[in-house]
Design a protein. Structure first.
Length: 52
C-alpha cells in the first residue's frame, strides 16, 4: 500500500493478449490437445534461451 493510503494497481492486459494469440496459434496450426499443452510448457523455455 502506498504511504498515503492509496492503492496502486497496474495491469497492462498483456497476459490476456498473449493468451488470445496463443489460442489462435493452436487453432491455426491445428495442433492436438497434447501437442498444444507440450508447446505451452516447452515454448517459454526456448524463448528464454533465445533471448538470453
Amino acid at each position: 500500500m502506498a504511504p498515503n493510503g492509496q492503492r496502486v494497481h497496474v495491469d497492462s492486459g498483456m497476459g490476456v493478449i498473449w493468451l488470445i494469440g496463443w489460442l489462435f496459434t493452436i487453432a491455426f496450426a491445428k495442433l492436438s490437445f497434447w501437442t498444444a499443452v507440450l508447446g505451452i510448457i516447452i515454448w517459454p523455455y526456448y524463448l528464454g534461451v533465445a533471448v538470453r
